[in-house]
Ligand binder design. Structure first.
Ligand code: GDP
Length: 463
Protein backbone atom coordinates (compact mmCIF):
# COMPACT_ATOMS: atom_id res chain seq x y z
CA UNK A 1 0.00 0.00 0.00
CA UNK A 2 2.60 2.52 0.99
CA UNK A 3 4.42 2.40 -2.32
CA UNK A 4 5.28 5.39 -4.44
CA UNK A 5 2.54 6.63 -6.77
CA UNK A 6 2.56 9.33 -9.43
CA UNK A 7 -0.07 10.96 -11.64
CA UNK A 8 -0.84 14.04 -13.68
CA UNK A 9 -3.26 16.07 -11.55
CA UNK A 10 -4.45 18.59 -14.13
CA UNK A 11 -7.08 17.69 -16.78
CA UNK A 12 -6.05 16.27 -20.15
CA UNK A 13 -5.44 18.71 -23.00
CA UNK A 14 -3.22 21.74 -23.43
CA UNK A 15 -3.23 24.39 -20.69
CA UNK A 16 -1.14 27.12 -19.14
CA UNK A 17 0.16 24.96 -16.33
CA UNK A 18 0.27 21.21 -15.77
CA UNK A 19 0.79 19.60 -12.36
CA UNK A 20 2.15 16.17 -11.47
CA UNK A 21 1.84 14.64 -8.02
CA UNK A 22 3.87 12.03 -6.21
CA UNK A 23 3.09 10.37 -2.89
CA UNK A 24 4.76 7.64 -0.85
CA UNK A 25 8.21 6.63 0.37
CA UNK A 26 10.96 7.95 -1.87
CA UNK A 27 8.75 10.70 -3.32
CA UNK A 28 11.38 13.39 -2.70
CA UNK A 29 14.23 11.36 -4.13
CA UNK A 30 12.24 10.38 -7.25
CA UNK A 31 11.07 13.96 -7.83
CA UNK A 32 14.67 15.11 -7.32
CA UNK A 33 15.84 12.82 -10.13
CA UNK A 34 13.47 14.56 -12.55
CA UNK A 35 13.53 18.13 -11.24
CA UNK A 36 16.78 20.07 -10.81
CA UNK A 37 16.41 23.28 -8.79
CA UNK A 38 18.28 26.31 -10.02
CA UNK A 39 19.73 27.02 -6.55
CA UNK A 40 22.37 25.01 -4.68
CA UNK A 41 19.89 22.90 -2.65
CA UNK A 42 18.67 19.61 -4.20
CA UNK A 43 14.87 19.17 -4.16
CA UNK A 44 14.90 16.47 -1.49
CA UNK A 45 16.62 18.85 0.93
CA UNK A 46 14.35 21.83 0.25
CA UNK A 47 12.25 23.24 3.11
CA UNK A 48 8.67 21.94 3.35
CA UNK A 49 6.21 23.42 0.85
CA UNK A 50 8.58 25.99 -0.55
CA UNK A 51 8.36 26.49 -4.29
CA UNK A 52 11.65 26.09 -6.15
CA UNK A 53 12.34 27.14 -9.72
CA UNK A 54 14.24 24.69 -11.90
CA UNK A 55 14.36 22.40 -14.91
CA UNK A 56 12.73 19.03 -15.64
CA UNK A 57 14.67 16.21 -17.28
CA UNK A 58 14.09 12.78 -18.77
CA UNK A 59 16.13 9.78 -17.45
CA UNK A 60 18.86 10.44 -20.04
CA UNK A 61 19.23 13.98 -18.67
CA UNK A 62 17.60 15.71 -21.64
CA UNK A 63 15.79 18.94 -20.82
CA UNK A 64 11.99 18.59 -20.93
CA UNK A 65 10.76 21.92 -19.56
CA UNK A 66 11.32 24.60 -16.95
CA UNK A 67 8.98 24.76 -13.99
CA UNK A 68 8.41 24.80 -10.25
CA UNK A 69 8.41 22.11 -7.58
CA UNK A 70 7.85 21.65 -3.87
CA UNK A 71 7.94 18.80 -1.41
CA UNK A 72 6.00 18.04 1.80
CA UNK A 73 7.32 15.74 4.47
CA UNK A 74 5.07 13.17 6.17
CA UNK A 75 2.76 13.60 7.99
CA UNK A 76 2.27 17.24 6.94
CA UNK A 77 0.86 16.64 3.48
CA UNK A 78 -2.46 15.96 1.77
CA UNK A 79 -1.95 12.20 1.89
CA UNK A 80 -0.05 12.17 5.18
CA UNK A 81 2.94 10.67 3.31
CA UNK A 82 6.04 12.24 1.76
CA UNK A 83 4.76 14.03 -1.33
CA UNK A 84 6.08 16.14 -4.17
CA UNK A 85 4.39 18.31 -6.75
CA UNK A 86 5.95 19.33 -10.03
CA UNK A 87 4.57 22.16 -12.16
CA UNK A 88 5.49 22.57 -15.78
CA UNK A 89 3.77 23.97 -18.85
CA UNK A 90 0.44 22.30 -19.53
CA UNK A 91 1.67 20.56 -22.66
CA UNK A 92 0.27 17.01 -22.83
CA UNK A 93 3.45 15.63 -24.43
CA UNK A 94 5.71 17.24 -21.82
CA UNK A 95 3.46 16.05 -18.98
CA UNK A 96 3.51 12.49 -20.22
CA UNK A 97 7.32 12.58 -20.66
CA UNK A 98 7.73 13.91 -17.10
CA UNK A 99 5.38 11.19 -15.86
CA UNK A 100 7.47 8.54 -17.67
CA UNK A 101 10.57 10.00 -16.03
CA UNK A 102 8.90 9.68 -12.61
CA UNK A 103 8.03 6.03 -13.41
CA UNK A 104 11.66 5.47 -14.35
CA UNK A 105 12.62 6.98 -10.97
CA UNK A 106 10.57 4.31 -9.18
CA UNK A 107 6.96 5.50 -9.07
CA UNK A 108 4.00 3.51 -10.34
CA UNK A 109 0.78 4.92 -11.85
CA UNK A 110 -1.69 6.04 -9.18
CA UNK A 111 -5.14 4.46 -9.27
CA UNK A 112 -8.19 6.75 -9.51
CA UNK A 113 -8.75 8.48 -6.20
CA UNK A 114 -5.64 6.92 -4.67
CA UNK A 115 -4.22 10.19 -3.28
CA UNK A 116 -7.48 10.89 -1.44
CA UNK A 117 -7.77 7.24 -0.41
CA UNK A 118 -4.33 7.52 1.20
CA UNK A 119 -5.38 10.75 2.90
CA UNK A 120 -8.33 8.82 4.39
CA UNK A 121 -6.25 5.80 5.41
CA UNK A 122 -3.76 8.11 7.10
CA UNK A 123 -6.50 9.93 9.01
CA UNK A 124 -6.22 13.20 7.10
CA UNK A 125 -9.84 13.07 5.95
CA UNK A 126 -12.84 11.04 7.01
CA UNK A 127 -15.01 9.27 4.46
CA UNK A 128 -17.57 12.07 4.08
CA UNK A 129 -14.73 14.53 3.51
CA UNK A 130 -13.20 12.23 0.95
CA UNK A 131 -16.58 12.14 -0.81
CA UNK A 132 -16.70 15.95 -0.64
CA UNK A 133 -13.45 16.12 -2.63
CA UNK A 134 -15.07 14.44 -5.61
CA UNK A 135 -18.35 16.35 -5.13
CA UNK A 136 -16.43 19.62 -5.19
CA UNK A 137 -14.59 18.67 -8.35
CA UNK A 138 -17.86 17.62 -10.00
CA UNK A 139 -19.98 20.54 -8.71
CA UNK A 140 -22.07 22.07 -11.47
CA UNK A 141 -23.58 25.01 -9.58
CA UNK A 142 -22.43 27.46 -6.89
CA UNK A 143 -24.69 25.93 -4.23
CA UNK A 144 -23.37 22.40 -4.92
CA UNK A 145 -19.81 23.74 -4.66
CA UNK A 146 -20.58 25.50 -1.36
CA UNK A 147 -22.05 22.32 0.13
CA UNK A 148 -19.02 20.29 -0.96
CA UNK A 149 -16.54 22.87 0.35
CA UNK A 150 -18.30 22.96 3.73
CA UNK A 151 -18.41 19.16 3.85
CA UNK A 152 -14.71 18.99 2.99
CA UNK A 153 -13.98 21.45 5.79
CA UNK A 154 -15.71 19.01 8.14
CA UNK A 155 -19.21 20.51 8.62
CA UNK A 156 -20.98 17.18 8.02
CA UNK A 157 -18.38 15.23 9.98
CA UNK A 158 -18.91 17.47 13.01
CA UNK A 159 -22.65 17.02 12.78
CA UNK A 160 -22.28 13.23 12.60
CA UNK A 161 -19.67 13.32 15.36
CA UNK A 162 -22.10 15.10 17.69
CA UNK A 163 -24.58 12.25 17.31
CA UNK A 164 -21.83 9.64 17.54
CA UNK A 165 -20.60 11.13 20.82
CA UNK A 166 -24.14 11.22 22.20
CA UNK A 167 -24.66 7.56 21.36
CA UNK A 168 -21.22 6.68 22.73
CA UNK A 169 -22.21 8.27 26.06
CA UNK A 170 -25.36 6.16 26.18
CA UNK A 171 -23.37 3.07 25.25
CA UNK A 172 -20.73 3.83 27.87
CA UNK A 173 -23.44 4.12 30.47
CA UNK A 174 -24.88 0.73 29.46
CA UNK A 175 -21.44 -0.91 29.36
CA UNK A 176 -20.43 0.45 32.73
CA UNK A 177 -23.56 -0.89 34.33
CA UNK A 178 -23.15 -4.30 32.75
CA UNK A 179 -19.40 -4.82 32.90
CA UNK A 180 -18.72 -3.49 36.35
CA UNK A 181 -21.83 -4.19 38.44
CA UNK A 182 -19.98 -3.79 41.73
CA UNK A 183 -18.56 -0.37 41.00
CA UNK A 184 -20.04 2.72 42.50
CA UNK A 185 -21.74 4.22 39.48
CA UNK A 186 -24.80 6.45 39.34
CA UNK A 187 -27.91 4.31 39.45
CA UNK A 188 -29.26 3.36 36.10
CA UNK A 189 -32.04 5.72 35.14
CA UNK A 190 -34.40 4.52 32.47
CA UNK A 191 -36.01 7.93 32.13
CA UNK A 192 -32.69 9.65 31.44
CA UNK A 193 -31.65 7.00 28.95
CA UNK A 194 -34.96 7.27 27.19
CA UNK A 195 -34.49 11.04 26.90
CA UNK A 196 -30.93 10.65 25.64
CA UNK A 197 -32.05 8.12 23.06
CA UNK A 198 -34.87 10.41 21.94
CA UNK A 199 -32.48 13.34 21.55
CA UNK A 200 -30.17 11.28 19.32
CA UNK A 201 -33.15 9.86 17.45
CA UNK A 202 -34.30 13.40 16.62
CA UNK A 203 -30.82 14.46 15.57
CA UNK A 204 -30.60 11.43 13.26
CA UNK A 205 -34.07 12.04 11.81
CA UNK A 206 -33.16 15.70 11.10
CA UNK A 207 -29.91 14.60 9.47
CA UNK A 208 -31.70 11.99 7.36
CA UNK A 209 -34.24 14.61 6.28
CA UNK A 210 -31.41 16.64 4.70
CA UNK A 211 -30.68 13.78 2.30
CA UNK A 212 -33.42 14.56 -0.19
CA UNK A 213 -32.27 18.15 -0.49
CA UNK A 214 -28.60 17.27 -0.41
CA UNK A 215 -28.97 14.81 -3.26
CA UNK A 216 -30.83 17.44 -5.27
CA UNK A 217 -27.92 19.82 -4.62
CA UNK A 218 -25.54 17.50 -6.38
CA UNK A 219 -27.92 16.13 -9.02
CA UNK A 220 -30.22 19.15 -9.47
CA UNK A 221 -34.00 19.37 -9.08
CA UNK A 222 -35.29 17.89 -12.30
CA UNK A 223 -37.94 19.85 -14.14
CA UNK A 224 -39.39 18.75 -17.49
CA UNK A 225 -40.77 21.29 -19.95
CA UNK A 226 -43.82 19.99 -21.76
CA UNK A 227 -46.23 21.53 -24.21
CA UNK A 228 -47.46 21.46 -27.77
CA UNK A 229 -45.01 22.20 -30.58
CA UNK A 230 -44.38 25.96 -31.01
CA UNK A 231 -45.60 26.83 -27.52
CA UNK A 232 -42.07 28.08 -26.87
CA UNK A 233 -40.44 25.31 -24.79
CA UNK A 234 -37.02 25.59 -26.45
CA UNK A 235 -37.15 29.38 -26.32
CA UNK A 236 -38.02 29.26 -22.63
CA UNK A 237 -35.23 26.77 -21.91
CA UNK A 238 -32.76 29.03 -23.70
CA UNK A 239 -34.08 32.09 -21.89
CA UNK A 240 -33.67 30.36 -18.52
CA UNK A 241 -30.24 29.09 -19.49
CA UNK A 242 -29.19 32.59 -20.53
CA UNK A 243 -30.72 34.01 -17.37
CA UNK A 244 -27.95 32.42 -15.39
CA UNK A 245 -24.81 30.63 -16.43
CA UNK A 246 -26.04 27.23 -17.53
CA UNK A 247 -24.33 23.97 -18.28
CA UNK A 248 -25.80 22.13 -21.25
CA UNK A 249 -25.41 18.49 -20.38
CA UNK A 250 -26.90 16.92 -23.45
CA UNK A 251 -27.19 18.16 -26.99
CA UNK A 252 -29.66 16.27 -29.13
CA UNK A 253 -29.00 14.50 -32.38
CA UNK A 254 -32.50 15.41 -33.58
CA UNK A 255 -35.03 17.96 -32.44
CA UNK A 256 -37.19 15.09 -31.24
CA UNK A 257 -34.69 14.06 -28.60
CA UNK A 258 -34.45 15.74 -25.19
CA UNK A 259 -32.08 18.53 -24.12
CA UNK A 260 -30.92 19.05 -20.56
CA UNK A 261 -29.40 22.14 -19.01
CA UNK A 262 -28.28 22.63 -15.42
CA UNK A 263 -28.96 26.11 -14.16
CA UNK A 264 -29.12 27.66 -10.70
CA UNK A 265 -32.37 29.49 -10.04
CA UNK A 266 -33.21 31.07 -6.69
CA UNK A 267 -30.35 29.21 -4.98
CA UNK A 268 -31.43 25.80 -6.30
CA UNK A 269 -29.71 23.85 -9.04
CA UNK A 270 -32.29 22.79 -11.62
CA UNK A 271 -31.89 20.20 -14.32
CA UNK A 272 -34.25 21.48 -17.01
CA UNK A 273 -35.28 18.91 -19.60
CA UNK A 274 -36.83 20.03 -22.87
CA UNK A 275 -39.04 17.26 -24.15
CA UNK A 276 -40.14 16.50 -27.64
CA UNK A 277 -43.81 16.68 -26.82
CA UNK A 278 -46.33 13.98 -26.30
CA UNK A 279 -48.23 13.90 -29.55
CA UNK A 280 -49.48 10.53 -30.65
CA UNK A 281 -47.90 9.79 -34.02
CA UNK A 282 -47.27 7.03 -36.54
CA UNK A 283 -43.76 8.29 -37.22
CA UNK A 284 -41.40 5.92 -35.37
CA UNK A 285 -38.92 8.71 -34.54
CA UNK A 286 -41.71 10.86 -33.15
CA UNK A 287 -42.99 7.88 -31.20
CA UNK A 288 -39.56 7.43 -29.67
CA UNK A 289 -39.48 11.13 -28.81
CA UNK A 290 -42.89 10.90 -27.17
CA UNK A 291 -41.75 7.89 -25.17
CA UNK A 292 -38.68 9.80 -23.93
CA UNK A 293 -40.88 12.75 -23.06
CA UNK A 294 -43.17 10.57 -21.01
CA UNK A 295 -40.14 9.10 -19.25
CA UNK A 296 -38.80 12.59 -18.55
CA UNK A 297 -42.20 13.53 -17.13
CA UNK A 298 -42.33 10.46 -14.93
CA UNK A 299 -38.84 11.07 -13.53
CA UNK A 300 -39.14 14.83 -13.01
CA UNK A 301 -39.43 16.38 -9.57
CA UNK A 302 -41.42 19.30 -11.03
CA UNK A 303 -43.15 19.97 -14.32
CA UNK A 304 -43.32 23.10 -16.41
CA UNK A 305 -46.23 23.11 -18.87
CA UNK A 306 -45.76 25.71 -21.60
CA UNK A 307 -48.73 27.21 -23.44
CA UNK A 308 -48.90 29.72 -26.23
CA UNK A 309 -51.05 32.50 -24.73
CA UNK A 310 -51.93 33.93 -28.14
CA UNK A 311 -53.97 30.87 -29.03
CA UNK A 312 -57.03 29.54 -27.34
CA UNK A 313 -56.09 26.44 -25.38
CA UNK A 314 -57.08 23.20 -27.02
CA UNK A 315 -58.23 19.91 -25.58
CA UNK A 316 -54.63 18.70 -26.00
CA UNK A 317 -53.34 21.58 -23.82
CA UNK A 318 -55.89 20.76 -21.17
CA UNK A 319 -54.96 17.09 -21.41
CA UNK A 320 -51.21 17.82 -20.98
CA UNK A 321 -51.95 19.89 -17.90
CA UNK A 322 -54.00 17.05 -16.44
CA UNK A 323 -51.19 14.57 -17.18
CA UNK A 324 -48.67 16.88 -15.52
CA UNK A 325 -50.75 17.48 -12.41
CA UNK A 326 -51.34 13.78 -12.01
CA UNK A 327 -47.57 13.32 -11.69
CA UNK A 328 -45.94 16.28 -9.88
CA UNK A 329 -46.24 19.87 -8.75
CA UNK A 330 -46.67 21.91 -11.88
CA UNK A 331 -46.06 25.41 -13.15
CA UNK A 332 -48.16 26.56 -16.07
CA UNK A 333 -46.11 29.05 -18.08
CA UNK A 334 -48.43 30.99 -20.37
CA UNK A 335 -45.92 32.20 -22.94
CA UNK A 336 -45.69 34.96 -25.56
CA UNK A 337 -47.02 37.72 -23.29
CA UNK A 338 -45.28 40.25 -25.58
CA UNK A 339 -47.67 39.58 -28.47
CA UNK A 340 -51.01 41.28 -29.15
CA UNK A 341 -54.01 39.06 -28.60
CA UNK A 342 -52.35 37.42 -25.60
CA UNK A 343 -54.71 36.28 -22.88
CA UNK A 344 -54.02 34.55 -19.61
CA UNK A 345 -56.79 32.00 -20.07
CA UNK A 346 -58.58 30.66 -17.09
CA UNK A 347 -58.92 26.95 -17.41
CA UNK A 348 -60.48 24.24 -15.40
CA UNK A 349 -57.98 23.07 -12.85
CA UNK A 350 -57.90 19.30 -13.17
CA UNK A 351 -58.67 17.43 -10.01
CA UNK A 352 -55.22 16.25 -8.89
CA UNK A 353 -53.17 16.01 -5.71
CA UNK A 354 -50.37 18.35 -6.87
CA UNK A 355 -50.06 22.12 -6.78
CA UNK A 356 -50.54 24.36 -9.81
CA UNK A 357 -48.91 27.79 -10.18
CA UNK A 358 -49.63 29.93 -13.23
CA UNK A 359 -47.08 32.44 -14.53
CA UNK A 360 -47.52 34.86 -17.44
CA UNK A 361 -44.29 35.42 -19.31
CA UNK A 362 -42.47 35.96 -22.56
CA UNK A 363 -39.51 33.80 -23.43
CA UNK A 364 -38.67 36.36 -26.11
CA UNK A 365 -38.50 39.56 -24.02
CA UNK A 366 -37.76 37.94 -20.68
CA UNK A 367 -40.74 39.53 -18.93
CA UNK A 368 -42.08 37.31 -16.16
CA UNK A 369 -38.92 35.16 -15.99
CA UNK A 370 -38.25 36.51 -12.48
CA UNK A 371 -41.70 35.29 -11.41
CA UNK A 372 -41.01 31.89 -12.99
CA UNK A 373 -37.70 31.66 -11.12
CA UNK A 374 -39.48 32.54 -7.86
CA UNK A 375 -42.20 29.95 -8.54
CA UNK A 376 -39.65 27.23 -9.37
CA UNK A 377 -37.54 27.85 -6.28
CA UNK A 378 -40.64 28.05 -4.06
CA UNK A 379 -41.78 24.62 -5.31
CA UNK A 380 -38.28 23.18 -4.88
CA UNK A 381 -38.06 24.63 -1.38
CA UNK A 382 -41.42 23.07 -0.48
CA UNK A 383 -40.47 19.70 -1.98
CA UNK A 384 -36.96 19.61 -0.50
CA UNK A 385 -37.01 21.66 2.68
CA UNK A 386 -33.95 22.23 4.81
CA UNK A 387 -35.98 21.54 7.94
CA UNK A 388 -34.81 24.86 9.36
CA UNK A 389 -31.10 24.07 9.64
CA UNK A 390 -27.92 25.75 8.56
CA UNK A 391 -26.95 24.22 5.27
CA UNK A 392 -23.41 24.77 4.10
CA UNK A 393 -21.75 21.41 4.12
CA UNK A 394 -24.13 19.76 6.58
CA UNK A 395 -26.36 17.86 4.19
CA UNK A 396 -26.22 14.21 3.25
CA UNK A 397 -25.52 14.20 -0.45
CA UNK A 398 -25.50 10.59 -1.55
CA UNK A 399 -27.23 7.26 -1.15
CA UNK A 400 -24.39 5.68 0.84
CA UNK A 401 -24.73 8.38 3.46
CA UNK A 402 -28.53 8.29 3.66
CA UNK A 403 -28.46 4.46 3.86
CA UNK A 404 -26.04 4.56 6.79
CA UNK A 405 -27.99 7.24 8.64
CA UNK A 406 -31.24 5.37 7.91
CA UNK A 407 -29.78 2.23 9.50
CA UNK A 408 -28.53 4.18 12.52
CA UNK A 409 -31.97 5.74 12.96
CA UNK A 410 -33.76 2.39 12.70
CA UNK A 411 -31.42 0.89 15.31
CA UNK A 412 -31.91 3.81 17.73
CA UNK A 413 -35.67 3.49 17.18
CA UNK A 414 -35.53 -0.18 18.12
CA UNK A 415 -33.48 0.61 21.23
CA UNK A 416 -36.00 3.27 22.31
CA UNK A 417 -38.93 0.93 21.79
CA UNK A 418 -37.23 -1.89 23.68
CA UNK A 419 -36.42 0.43 26.57
CA UNK A 420 -40.01 1.66 26.68
CA UNK A 421 -41.21 -1.96 26.67
CA UNK A 422 -39.06 -2.65 29.76
CA UNK A 423 -36.40 -4.80 28.10
CA UNK A 424 -33.17 -5.06 30.14
CA UNK A 425 -30.36 -2.69 29.12
CA UNK A 426 -28.10 -5.42 27.73
CA UNK A 427 -30.69 -6.18 25.05
CA UNK A 428 -30.43 -2.57 23.94
CA UNK A 429 -26.67 -2.72 23.64
CA UNK A 430 -26.83 -4.50 20.32
CA UNK A 431 -29.11 -1.83 18.86
CA UNK A 432 -27.03 1.13 20.02
CA UNK A 433 -23.89 -0.68 18.90
CA UNK A 434 -25.45 -1.18 15.49
CA UNK A 435 -26.29 2.53 15.28
CA UNK A 436 -22.68 3.39 16.16
CA UNK A 437 -21.39 0.93 13.60
CA UNK A 438 -23.57 2.51 10.91
CA UNK A 439 -22.29 6.00 11.80
CA UNK A 440 -18.75 4.67 12.05
CA UNK A 441 -19.18 3.32 8.54
CA UNK A 442 -20.36 6.74 7.44
CA UNK A 443 -17.23 8.55 8.57
CA UNK A 444 -14.95 5.51 8.48
CA UNK A 445 -14.00 5.47 12.16
CA UNK A 446 -13.76 2.55 14.58
CA UNK A 447 -16.15 1.85 17.40
CA UNK A 448 -14.78 -0.17 20.29
CA UNK A 449 -11.79 1.93 21.23
CA UNK A 450 -13.86 5.06 21.66
CA UNK A 451 -16.31 3.31 23.92
CA UNK A 452 -13.76 1.81 26.28
CA UNK A 453 -11.92 5.09 26.38
CA UNK A 454 -15.13 6.88 27.26
CA UNK A 455 -15.95 4.50 30.10
CA UNK A 456 -12.66 5.20 31.87
CA UNK A 457 -12.85 8.88 31.17
CA UNK A 458 -16.32 9.41 32.46
CA UNK A 459 -16.78 6.85 35.18
CA UNK A 460 -13.27 6.32 36.51
CA UNK A 461 -13.90 2.57 36.63
CA UNK A 462 -11.23 0.31 38.14
CA UNK A 463 -9.19 3.12 39.60
P1 GDP B 1 -41.25 24.67 -28.97
O1 GDP B 1 -41.66 23.93 -30.21
O2 GDP B 1 -42.30 24.58 -27.91
O3 GDP B 1 -39.91 24.35 -28.47
O4 GDP B 1 -41.29 26.23 -29.39
P2 GDP B 1 -40.07 27.17 -29.79
O5 GDP B 1 -39.32 27.62 -28.61
O6 GDP B 1 -39.33 26.57 -30.92
O7 GDP B 1 -40.87 28.45 -30.29
C1 GDP B 1 -41.80 28.40 -31.39
C2 GDP B 1 -41.88 29.78 -32.03
O8 GDP B 1 -42.41 30.73 -31.13
C3 GDP B 1 -40.52 30.33 -32.45
O9 GDP B 1 -40.68 31.00 -33.68
C4 GDP B 1 -40.19 31.31 -31.35
O10 GDP B 1 -39.35 32.36 -31.78
C5 GDP B 1 -41.53 31.83 -30.95
N1 GDP B 1 -41.61 32.25 -29.55
C6 GDP B 1 -41.31 31.51 -28.45
N2 GDP B 1 -41.52 32.21 -27.33
C7 GDP B 1 -41.95 33.43 -27.70
C8 GDP B 1 -42.36 34.62 -27.00
O11 GDP B 1 -42.37 34.71 -25.77
N3 GDP B 1 -42.76 35.69 -27.76
C9 GDP B 1 -42.78 35.65 -29.11
N4 GDP B 1 -43.18 36.76 -29.76
N5 GDP B 1 -42.41 34.55 -29.81
C10 GDP B 1 -42.01 33.46 -29.13
Amino acid sequence: MSDLIAAIATPPGPGGVGILRLSGPGAHRAAGQVFRPQGPLPLDRAPDRQLLYGTLHDPAGNLLDTGLAFISRAPHSYTGEDTAELQCHGAPVVLSLVLDALYAAGARPARPGEFTQRAFLNGKLDLTQAEAVIDLIDAETPSAARQAAGQLAGALSRRIDGIYQGLTDIMAHFCAVLDYPDEDIDPFRTQQLQEDLTAQREALAALLATGRRGQRLTKGVSCALIGRPNAGKSSLLNALAGYDRAIVTHIPGTTRDTIEVTVELGGFPFRLVDTAGLRESDDPIEQLGAQRSRQAMDQADLLLVVWDGTRPPTGEDQDLLAQALARADTILAVNKADLPGYTLSTLTRPDAPHTLTTVALSAKTGQGLDRLEAALSALAEAAFPLTGQAAAGQLLTNQRQTDAVGRALAAVDRAGQALAAGVTPDALLTDVEEALAALGELTGRTVREDITQRIFERFCVGK
